[in-house]
Structure formats: C-alpha cells, structure tokens
Design a protein around this ligand. Structure first.
Ligand code: BES
Ligand code: ZN
Length: 595
C-alpha cells in the first residue's frame, strides 16, 4: 500500500520507506537526555530516490552514516529550519545501493515527548523516572523517524539505565525480575512511530493473568494489581467479539501522577495514570479502552491524524462492548449515557470545523483534534450502524474489518469503501438510511443519531433535581450505596453554582472534599470553584499540584480563569504546579493562563 500524504510529516515515504529501527539508547538521568544511535533500514519505493527525509524536533544530531552490506560510510546530513508544529526535517543523501542509515544523536531536556521526573516527583521518592508520550507527533522529539502513522516499522532496542533501575518499552522483552541496567527489546509486529514508547524507573512487576501483568513503583504495585484484576476477562471478551489478540502479551504500566493522559495504548504495554486506582475498580473502563486499541488503532491504524476518529471512535465503541460483556448492560449503559452528555457539552464549545469526524488539521497541531468529539461522535456513528443492521451482522462486519486491514494504516476513504462493499451492499434499503456524509463531513449530529440513556442515571438525575428543589432531604440521598457513575450523574445533575451552604451540606454528608475517587474529586472541585466554596480550596490546590492529567487540570484552570480573582489564584497554584507537569500539559495550561 502506498502511504497517504500526511501534512504532519516531512517524510517522503512514497519514495523511501523505513521498515525497521534498531535503537541503542543510554538514559542519562543527570543531564535529562537520551543519547545513542538509531539505525534505520529502509526500502526504496522509487528506485531513483537519493535521499531519506526524517522528522525530528529539537534533536542534537552528532553524525550520520549510511550502510550497505554491513559496511558503513560517513554521510552528510542537513537539519532544516524548525517549524513550531512539525519540528525540523533531517535529510540524509543516500548513495546508490545503501539500505541503512545510522544517526548518532541526543535528545534535549525539553523534548516534548519525554518527561524526566526527580525522585521527589515519584511515589517512592528515591529514584528518578522517565517516560515517553509519542502520540500524536512527539516520537520525533526522541527518535529521528518517519513520524507519520501511515508508515509502520518493526523495531529492536538496547536501553541502558543505572544498574538499579528498570527500563520497559512497547515491545517484547520487558523484564520481570532481574535488574542490571542493560535491557533488550524487540517488536516483531509492524507499528507506527506514535506507538514507540519507553519508561525507566524503580519498577516492579506483578502478574495479572497468563499473558498480562502490571508494572508500577513498588509502593503502588499491590493496589494496581487489585484494580486491574479483570484484565484477562477483558481480553477474552474482546477476542470473542473481534478476533484473536495479536500482540502476545498485554501489560499495564502505572505511571507517576504527572502522566498527562488517562491512558495510552502503547502496544503490549498500556501506559496508565495512577488516578484510576480508585480501590473499587470503578474506573477500569479506561483499561477496556486501551486494550480495545489493540484492535482499533494498533492493528488497524489511522493513516493520518485527519482519520483519528478511526482510532478513537472505534475504540470507544469497542470499550463499551467490552464493558457490557464484563460488567453488564447497566454499567455499559451508564458509561454510554455519560459519554453522550460529554459529547453534548463538547458540541456546545467547539467551532463547526472541529465537529467533523473527518477533520481538516492542516496547519494545526494534531493534538488540537483530540477533543471528545472523535471519541463520542465516532462511537455513536458505529452504534447507529449496529442498531440498523443488528448486532450479529455488525459484529461480523467489524471482525472482518480488523482481519482485512490488520497491521495496515488506512484513511477514512478506505473505511468508507469497505463499509459500502461489505455492509451497505448487503442491504441497500438499510444503507439508504445512513446519512454517511453528514456523519463524516458535517458538524453536529445527523437527525436521528442515537441518544443512549440509562434508567439508573435518569433516576439519579431526578433525585438531584428533587434535592435541589428541597423536596428530597440530604439524608434520603443514598449516595453511599451508589456506583461511581451514579454519584457522578448526581453531581452533574445539580444546578451550578450551588450556594455554599448547600455545598457544605453535601460535603458533610458524603465526604466529597476528602473523596479518594479522582473522577468524583474532579467533578466536585469544579463545582466548588463555581460555588466559591472555600472549604475545598486546600484540596483544589493539592489536586492541581499533585496531578498532571490534562482531562482534570485543564477544565479546573479554565474554571478558575473565568474571574479575575480566580485567575490570580490559578496563577499562584500554577507557579507551584508547573515544574511538575509534563511538557504537553504545560503547553495546554500556558495557553489558558498566559503566565
Ligand atoms: N490514544 C489516546 C490518548 C491520546 C490521544 C494521546 C491523542 C495523544 C493524542 C488514549 O487511548 C485515550 O483515548 N485516552 C483517554 C482515556 C480513555 C479512557 C478515553 C484519556 O487519556 O483521557
Ligand atoms: Zn483512545
């Protein structure tokens, strides 16, 4: 398959395409750099091609070589001007007959795809920690690469750390016992650059099932293993629905709290925020989500960031199917209803151009496209097809889709063609009822889009209404016996701002300021800012300083920034919090507060 043009990459994979990367990297915790070599084996698509163009961002390139038949020759290289979104093109002239390049380089402490943590920023407080986040276009800040999801490579790596620390990667070879400071990895399945991942620190391992386990700092390991105990069940359920798990192992790495995302589907090794460790497994649909990417995203990959909904919309749909299978229809129904509310909120905020599934991101940072929209609108579109064609047929369609495009990167047009030929063609009458153009190329939702509701959440929302109207007493709200999802729906169902006396009443009855569930804490703290409920001030500051998950901190800073006094407070908190945030989160919050 010829790679599709990607506006977010300088690479020319239609002329020369990289097939394998071999990395040799030393983790330097003193200087906050990775140093070493990337050896790239390539293939000429155009026999006359005489240069290889790679993506880089802020790399210090020392030298380059080209290789053929194991003989290496020093090569010229040219690092182009830095584009603020894309970084710099690294161009290496290729002698005829060469099929490898080797680049000697180092990253910078400011690399956008890496976060270096001091011992104080870890749970154990004794060892430093490093982790990467390559999606969408940050792989280029730590490896010179054809950093486009349209290009897939296999990789191998040697990673050197201080002898008492452990390195892990999105590959086979993650250590489960012995340390020593030299680790070797290999990834035999072809993956796009955004799925390259590395972490290093004081990591321990606990098995979860026959082919799954969890890595975490030692003090978190037991909690993590308890939280993720259903992992094998989820894998079996996903396999039953969508075909075999093709990556052999599925492990989870619990990161320090500054990890800017909830989860990241790095193949064989999902990266996860510690904020999901609620103690009661109530937030583990995040694992269902990242696991589902093993089919939608990692196996069948968006070819460009325009096609991001093929990753996230499919995955959100799959996530809810796994939820339903493992935790029941009630639970999945609540998640779907909450998701629909998120989508409605997002639709109120977004500009029209950002409401298309097939979004145009040219000239923009692809991270700008990562709103709730591709997740929830995409999932709703698939749900509408499921409702129209029936579960059995639609499940079969998806299973065949994953088989047909396994280990390939595809565009929205490729999907549409497959949909027409394999689902629509079987039933033209039904096909005529699908407003395909409206779903993919227009803002908002087509009329008749599914509106998932949950009877349980509706009952809770009604109770929230009664409580705020004064017709239900606080002591009659069975908050303590509700699930996390019901609690969230109750809080969401309250009018805002609530007056402080009413906030205090809820807090006294349900211990909201002190909750250990981060999803509920987030919801409550947002209400507290709106209500100027000062009893939660200290908790808010502590939350913002200790957690760097963007989904939580962004709305909280935005809420604070709505008033001049709140902005002052936000700036004071941010001065303390910023050094601990990931570069990606810093950029987001800088944009809100302009400090
Ligand atoms: N792949 C995404 C994370 C991502 C998207 C990183 C775009 C960078 C750019 C991951 O699978 C994801 O969707 N994470 C969610 C959690 C999920 C349960 C919805 C998150 O981090 O909020
Ligand atoms: Zn996702």
């Amino acid at each position: 398959m010829t790679p599709t043009a990607d506006v977010h990459s300088f690479a020319e994979p239609d002329r020369v395409v990289v097939r394998h990367a071999d990395l040799d990297l030393t983790v330097d915790f003193e200087r906050h750099i990775l140093r070493g070599t990337a050896t790239l084996r390539f293939e000429r698509i155009d026999p006359a091609a005489d240069r290889l163009v790679l993506d880089t961002r802020g790399l210090d390139v020392d030298s380059a070589e080209t290789g053929s038949d194991g003989r290496w020759t020093s090569a010229r290289f040219d690092l182009g001007p830095a584009d603020s979104i894309l970084g710099s093109a690294l161009t290496i002239p290729l002698p005829a007959g060469s099929d490898q390049v080797r680049i000697h380089y180092a990253t910078r402490p400011t690399a956008s795809g890496l976060q270096w943590l001091t011992p104080a920023q870890t749970a154990g407080k004794r060892h430093p920690f490093l982790f990467s986040q390559s999606q969408a276009i940050h792989a280029r800040s730590w490896i010179p690469m054809q950093d486009t999801p349209g290009v897939r490579i296999t990789y191998s790596a040697t990673v050197r750390t201080p002898p008492d620390l452990v390195a892990v990667m999105s590959a086979a070879g993650n250590p489960t016992g012995e340390r020593g400071g030299t680790y070797r990895f290999s990834m035999p399945q072809r993956i796009p650059a955004y799925l390259l991942a590395i972490a290093a620190g004081d990591l321990a391992f606990a098995p979860l099932g026959p082919r799954s386990g969890v890595y975490a700092e030692p003090s978190l390991l037991a909690r993590a293993a308890h939280e993720f105990a259903d992992t094998e069940k989820m894998m079996l359920s996903a396999e039953r629905l969508y075909g075999p798990y093709r990556w052999e192992r599925y492990d989870i790495l619990v990161l320090p709290p500054s990890f800017p995302f909830g989860g990241m589907e790095n193949p064989r090794l999902t990266f996860a925020t510690p904020t999901v460790l609620a103690g009661d497994r109530s937030l583990v649909s995040l694992i269902a989500h990242e696991l589902a990417h093993s089919w939608s995203g990692n196996l069948v990959t968006n070819a460009t960031w325009r096609d991001f909904w093929l990753n996230e919309g499919f995955t959100t749909y799959l996530e809810r199917r796994i939820d339903e299978d493992v935790y029941g229809a009630d639970f999945a129904g609540m998640e779907a209803a909450l998701g629909r509310e998120d989508l409605d909120d997002e639709l109120e905020r977004l500009e029209d151009r950002d409401e298309l599934l097939h979004i145009d991101l040219s000239g923009r940072d692809p991270d700008d496209g990562a709103t709730r929209l591709p997740y929830e609108k995409g999932a709703l579109f698939l749900r509408s097809l499921e409702e129209l064609y029936g579960r059995e047929r639609f499940d079969e369609f998806l299973r065949c889709y994953f088989d047909r495009f396994a280990f390939q990167s595809i565009t929205t047009a490729d999907f549409v063609r497959y949909l027409r030929e394999n689902l629509f063609a079987t039933d033209g009458e039904r096909a005529a009822r699908v407003p395909l153009e409206r779903w993919l190329e227009e803002p908002g939702l087509p009329p008749g889009a599914p509106r998932p509701v949950s009877a349980r959440l509706q009952a809770v929302a009604a109770m929230a209404g009664d409580w705020s109207a004064g017709s239900t007493r606080t002591s009659d709200v069975p908050f303590g016996s509700w699930t996390t999802q019901e609690r969230l729906a109750f809080l969401r169902g309250l009018p805002t701002p609530l007056d402080t006396a009413r906030m205090a009443e809820l807090d006294a009855a349900f211990g909201l300021t002190a909750t250990g569930n981060n999803e509920i804490a987030f919801q409550w703290l947002r209400m507290a800012i709106r209500a100027a409920y000062s009893a939660a001030d200290a908790r808010l500051e502590d939350f913002l300083v200790s957690i760097g998950r963007r989904k939580y901190i962004k709305p909280l800073y935005e809420e604070l920034a709505k008033t001049p006094a709140g902005r002052e407070r936000a700036l004071a908190i941010y001065r303390k919090a910023r050094p601990g945030y990931h570069p990606i989160a810093q950029t987001t919050i800088d944009g809100i507060l302009e400090p």
